[in-house]
Design a protein around this ligand. Structure first.
Ligand code: MV4
Length: 512
């Protein structure tokens, strides 16, 4: 049994892990930087250690200081969360060498899947479908040229040490290949200290659908179904849901089987995610990469399956078998999560650091908010600006959207800009409501939004009909009540909201 767990992370994921430990009566040790004195994860932990200045290279990435804190606290295990050191095999090895339990896979599995060309070989050995392409890094332009010609354009160049779209290049025609190869290699070298790149055929209008897998040290492998993550902005996930709107039982079964076989071939232990591209047209799926960590979007899987994935990770780290078998896994209803960021959607999603002067987090039927901030928190420039994950569960996708819309309207953050207005528009978007979520969703959504603004502007004062007037009056009244609702409301807060009434739509930009 693990007595005391150190959480080598901050923000909402540190809070999430502390909650699971509390449920299990396990003591918690937080670490924090000088920028995080008084942070929520520090307040909620049983004890906390300062590990350095604000920049993460001097604090949350300092293996020596984290191990020192673990020693001082007599912790028995370390949970890395996601980001920071979570997929660093050297860190996992250092934790094990210090005689502590690492709550995650083995360093060997992390290294194996960390190299994307190796991961493709593992997937092939497991009998899973992979995107046609190379299973060795490219040695020369000539090799790239002949492989690409064999695959047929368009192709994708990807960094072997990358993942999540970093160091990736879409190559439309052979004329573009040489320069794309050079930039991909130099970007990969600069970003990962490894210039290796490989080629894949480009899958057109794909969906990103991933499978949650779990393995214990007794040879049990299960999958918890899929998450639909096709709504991305600059390779960052924005909205995630479970199940995928294009899911059916057969696709889930086939993808789940493939994911389990890949995990088995990698000798995997703990929570992992196998990413696939799924063609919206043919429903064919292809292995993309495997993430050897608990992912940001795990709550939608928890809401639909009822399992606590962090609790299960701790069980596995204790050497116990998983608390359920594949036959015990059932999917009930639908969950959708929005990643709420301290960014300004009206200004190209620029980070919006500053002090949160007032915070009202929604609750109520079917709503879960995984947050890491409070009223008074200073959102700093040093870390990822995600402040919370708002998730809604409903018996159907439509019910989940209704609840998410209500919760987003209720959510109130003053003092900084957030991406909440962006999500309020997404949950009212017809394509989103219809579940048309391929990877081109965000560009098309942005175009629709721009057109909606133009239409409102072109309409002009004379053209306002009675029902438009009623719509605008309702919107203005809502904006006024929103600002009055919070005592600490900052004058000058900008909100964008989309309104619909009796078949009329309007986009309101309000400043209060
Ligand atoms: C692709 C692809 C098309 N074909 N690979 C982007 C993130 C990284 N995990 C993989 N990505 C892609 N890989 C092939 N062979 C298209 C993307 C892609 C994408 C994938 C899922 C969701 C959004 C995306 C946006 C741009 C590109």
């Amino acid at each position: 049994m693990l007595r005391k767990i150190l959480i080598a992370n901050r923000g909402e994921i540190a809070v999430r892990i502390i909650r699971a430990c509390r449920d299990l009566n396990i003591s918690t040790v937080a670490v924090y930087s000088e920028a995080d004195k008084g942070a929520l994860h520090v307040r909620l932990s049983d004890e906390a250690y300062l590990i350095g200045p604000a920049p993460s290279v001097e604090s949350y990435l300092r293996i020596d200081r984290i191990l020192d804190a673990a020693k001082r606290a007599s912790a028995s295990a370390i949970h890395p969360g996601y980001g920071f050191l979570a997929e660093n095999a050297d860190f996992a090895r250092a934790v094990l060498n210090a005689g502590l339990v690492f709550i995650g896979p083995t360093p060997e599995a992390m290294e194996l899947m960390g190299s994307k060309v190796n991961a493709r070989r593992v997937a092939i050995a497991a009998g899973a479908p992979v995107v046609p392409g190379t299973t060795e890094p490219l040695d020369s332009y000539e090799e790239a040229q002949s492989v690409a010609a064999g695959l047929g354009y368009p192709v994708m160049l990807k960094a072997s040490a990358g993942g999540g779209g970093k160091g990736m290049r879409f190559v439309e025609r052979e004329e573009d290949l040489r320069s794309a190869l050079e930039t991909a290699q130099s970007e990969a070298a600069a970003a990962f200290g490894n210039a290796e790149v490989y080629l894949e055929k480009a899958v057109e209008r794909p969906r990103h659908i991933e499978i949650q897998v779990f393995a214990d040290t007794h040879g049990n492998f299960v999958h918890l179904g899929e998450r639909e993550c096709s709504i991305q902005r600059r390779h960052q996930k924005v909205v995630e849901e479970c199940p995928s709107p294009i899911n059916d039982a057969s696709l889930r079964e086939r993808m789940g089987q493939a994911a389990v076989e890949i995990a088995r071939a990698a000798n995997y232990v703990g929570a992992g995610t196998v990413e696939f591209l799924v063609s919206d047209v043919t429903r064919d799926f292809y292995f993309l990469e495997m993430n050897t960590r608990l992912q940001v979007e795990h709550p939608v899987t928890e809401l639909v399956t009822g399992f606590d994935l962090v609790r299960e990770q701790i069980r596995v780290a204790e050497g116990k078998p998983l608390s359920f078998t594949q036959e015990d896994v059932r999917w009930h209803g639908h969950a959708i999560e929005c990643r709420v960021y301290a960014e300004d959607p009206a200004n190209d999603f620029m980070p919006s650091p500053g002090r949160i002067s007032f915070l009202n987090v929604p609750a109520g039927p079917g709503i879960r908010d995984d947050g890491g901030v409070t009223s008074g928190t200073e959102v700093s420039i040093y870390y990822d600006p995600m402040i919370s994950k708002l998730a809604a569960w409903g018996r159907t996708r439509a019910e989940a959207i209704d609840r998410l819309r209500r919760a987003l309207d209720e959510y109130n953050v003053d003092g900084i800009k957030t991406t909440l207005p962006f999500f309020r528009a997404i949950v009212r978007d017809d394509e989103f409501i219809a579940g048309r979520l391929d990877t081109g969703f965000i560009p098309r959504f942005n175009e629709r939004q721009a057109r909606a603004v133009e239409q409102v502007e072109e309409t002009g004062a004379e053209a306002i009909e009675q029902r438009d007037a009623a719509l605008i009056a309702a919107a203005l009244d809502y904006a006024r009540r929103q600002s009055q609702a919070s005592a600490n409301h900052q004058p000058g807060t900008e909100e964008q909201s989309r309104w619909r009434m009796a078949g009329r739509a309007a986009l309101l930009n309000s400043r209060t």
